[in-house]
Structure formats: structure tokens, C-alpha cells
Design a protein around this ligand. Structure first.
Ligand SMILES: Cc1ncc(COP(=O)(O)O)c(C=O)c1O
Length: 400
């Protein structure tokens, strides 16, 4: 590996050269079944013809103009996304962390504006700037997003002071109630946790969180950077879980491989973000917007989402069967749609290496797990190939 690169990603030995759908080839020519898909980014697999067409058409027309001018494709995408969920407004950026950061700013700005409006009322005479995050969360690598998730490995050496974030245990409503104070502006939750090991929130818990936020007059943000855009079988994951946020961060699968992020919000929360309050040079860029429009057109149909649910159920059940036959190796399976975590009793790194030897790529997750994040248009045959790779890897792990 080149010593000119920062070492932050550690050693890597595989260079991928090209891909098509659910398959990818390395420089040496070996073919892999890709159930990593750029960590849930290539939502339609590698080089989907409709996305290639959208990108090529835009590349020959207009690349970048800045937000000094109207970008019709961003207006179209904002209309589509707000039409698909609770939100009234969209802000476009380039990554998940930026989408979350925008949401944090919205939370604080909302209360700041509200405090000005209610200045004479004692109730609002507090500085609601603090944000509560949950254990095992991941929200990105910027200063605010690492502070929100409070993962000690990610924070070490980077933070000055507490940065305005508090923590509560995942899934524990009493702990969350205790963490909310007079200075709390809002709560951030991944409806399905990703990096920490795939773990969906319980629908009852999520409803209680919504209620708690309403009772305390604070905002609820869902981080759907990994679990959104069809990944769980509804366009956004919370639509399967029965509670709505005030703000939502979206990215990864939204661009199908092209960098794009979005922060979506209700009107009352978006309104204080007046002209000059926020911005991004590349956010809403015509190249990104044309690809994202094509992604959303493809993924948002009822038939497509139904297929994700059906294929997800098949993969989940088949993995549970493998678990029942190999309880010494697989501890538990959890997930929703095509976002599945396999928690292991053996070292996850070794299992991932074994799968790679079989010809399949997956992603490591927290708590000694692996993540299966195939393209959302993966077919049954490819899923069954993945299961065959899995079964072979299990056998080899058993005999080691
Ligand atoms: C839930 C969640 N939020 C935020 C992020 C950060 O996204 P990005 O790496 O695009 O900044 C990620 C990335 O893995 C994520 O999974």
C-alpha cells in the first residue's frame, strides 16, 4: 500500500477493479459476490445501467454551478423525498455526517428561535442546545457526530469539553427520560443501528421515544444514513417501525455510489434555517442530483420495496436455519429487510476472511458481528449463492 496515504483505514490488501450488479472483480481477476456494496452505498449494485445513463447524460451537459443558482434537479429530488415521508423541506449535502450535522444545527436553531419568540416566558428561558444520543450508535466522523455517538475509540484525542451531547442506553426508555434535561434540544436515534452491529429498535420503544420528545417539547432526529432508502423494505426504515421524526438524515444508498446526503425536516423545524444560516459548496450538485433522482425513481416503487421485504425475509430465515445448525459459531441473527447482522461466537474477522476465501464480501460490524448489505435489487439466485458460501465457510470454521 502507498505510504502517501494517511494510515487511518489500516492495512488493506484487496483492490477492486470493476463491478456489475451484485458482483465485483479484483485486480487479479477474481470474482466476488458483493454483499458489502460499499457499506450499503451501492443500493442498486455496481454500474446500474439507469444510473450510468443518468450520470453520463449529466456529465455531458453541466457539472457544477453552486447554489448561487437554481438547480432544477435538486428541486425535483426535494419534491420526491418530501413526497415519500413526513418531511416538508430538504437540504442536500455530500455525506452522512454532513446530513447529521445539519440536523444538529436545525435542532439548536429551532430552540434558539423559539426562545427569542418566547423570551418573556420563563419556560423558554433556557439554552436548549444539548442533544442525547444512544449507546452503540454511529453518526459519522466529524467532531459533533463523534461526540453524539461517544464511541471512545472514535473520540480519543479529538474532543474539547463535552461538546453538548449526552448519552442514554439503547432501547432503555427510562434511561432516555433520565438523560433529558432542561437544556436538551433533541434526541438522535438510528431506527436500525448499523456500525454498532445491526440492531433494529423495538417499535414500542420508538413510539415511547416519540412521546417522550413531545412531552418535553424537544425534537427527534432519525439517522437513516445506513438504514434508509429502501434498505429495510420501506423507503425509510421508520415507516416500518411506526414512529415519525422531526428531522431525518439520509445518505449512502441515496446516491447509489455517487456521494450525496440529505437532511429532511418538518416545516416548523426547517423554517428557522433562513438564508445564510447553512450551506455547502457541492451540496445539491447537478451530477449528484441526477443520479439520486434515478435511484429514488427506481427504489421508491411499491413493487421494488415489496421485493426487498420478500428477499430480506428469505435471507433472514435461511440464516436462522444455518444458525440452528451451527449454534457454536452463530450466536444470533438480527435485522430488517436487506440489512442483516450475524453475531458470532467465533472471531468475526476470521469468519469474514473465510467468506472472502469462498468468494464473498461482507462488512464487519460492532459487537463481533458481520453485516450483510447486498444490493437492494439482488436476486434469489444471488441470495442462494451467498447462503451456499456461508454454509461452506461455516463448515471450514467448524473443522479449524
Ligand atoms: C448511521 C450512520 N450515520 C452516519 C454515517 C456517516 O456517514 P458518512 O461516512 O457518509 O459521513 C454512517 C456511516 O457509516 C452511518 O452508518
Amino acid at each position: 500500500m502507498s505510504s502517501a496515504l494517511l494510515e487511518n483505514y489500516g492495512e488493506r490488501d484487496l483492490a477492486l477493479s470493476h463491478g456489475a450488479g451484485s458482483y465485483v472483480w479484483c485486480e487479479g481477476g477474481r470474482k466476488y459476490l458483493d454483499f458489502a456494496q460499499g457499506i450499503a452505498v451501492n443500493s442498486l449494485g455496481h454500474c446500474h445501467p439507469r444510473l450510468v445513463e443518468a450520470l453520463e447524460a449529466q456529465a455531458g451537459t453541466l457539472w457544477h454551478t453552486s447554489n448561487l443558482f437554481r438547480i432544477p434537479a435538486s428541486e425535483r429530488l426535494a419534491e420526491k423525498l418530501t413526497g415519500l415521508c413526513f418531511a416538508d423541506r430538504a437540504f442536500f449535502c455530500n455525506s452522512g455526517a454532513e446530513a447529521v450535522e445539519c440536523g444538529f444545527k436545525m435542532m439548536r436553531r429551532y430552540h434558539h428561535t423559539k426562545r427569542d419568540t418566547h423570551r418573556k416566558s420563563a419556560k423558554w428561558d433556557t439554552h436548549r442546545k444539548r442533544i442525547v444520543g444512544l449507546s452503540d450508535s454511529f453518526h459519522g466522523r466529524t467532531l459533533a457526530t463523534i461526540a453524539a455517538a461517544a464511541n471512545t475509540t472514535h473520540c480519543e484525542g479529538f474532543l474539547a469539553g463535552d461538546a453538548g451531547f449526552d448519552q442514554a442506553e439503547f432501547g432503555n426508555i427510562d434511561a432516555l427520560a433520565a438523560a433529558i434535561g432542561e437544556e436538551t434540544a433533541g434526541v438522535i436515534i438510528e431506527p436500525v443501528q448499523g456500525e454498532g452491529g445491526i440492531r433494529p429498535t423495538d417499535p414500542d420503544y420508538l413510539k415511547q421515544v416519540r412521546q417522550l420528545c413531545d412531552e418535553n417539547d424537544i425534537l427527534l432526529m432519525f439517522d437513516e444514513v445506513q438504514c434508509g432508502v429502501g434498505r429495510t423494505g420501506t423507503f425509510y426504515a421508520h415507516q416500518r417501525l411506526g414512529a415519525e421524526p422531526d428531522i431525518l438524515a439520509s445518505a449512502k444508498g441515496l446516491g447509489g455510489g455517487f456521494p450525496v446526503g440529505a437532511c429532511l425536516a418538518r416545516e416548523a423545524v426547517a423554517a428557522p434555517m433562513s438564508a445564510g444560516s447553512h450551506g455547502s459548496t457541492f451540496g445539491g450538485n447537478p451530477l449528484a442530483m441526477s443520479v439520486a433522482n434515478a435511484v429514488v425513481d427506481e427504489i421508491s416503487t411499491p413493487e421494488f420495496l415489496e421485493q426487498v421485504r420478500a428477499n430480506g425475509a428469505h435471507l433472514m430465515q435461511s440464516l436462522r436455519d444455518l444458525q440452528a445448525a451451527n449454534p457454536g459459531i452463530i450466536a444470533r441473527i438480527s435485522g430488517l429487510g436487506l440489512m442483516i447482522g450475524v453475531f458470532l461466537n467465533v472471531d468475526a474477522g476470521r469468519f469474514i476472511a473465510q467468506l472472502r476465501e469462498e468468494g464473498m464480501l461482507v462488512v464487519k460490524g460492532g459487537n463481533n458481528s458481520i453485516r450483510l448489505l447486498p444490493a437492494l435489487n439482488v436476486n434469489r439466485d444471488e441470495i442462494d449463492q451467498a447462503l451456499a458460501h456461508f454454509a461452506r465457510a461455516l463448515k471450514k470454521m467448524e473443522s479449524k
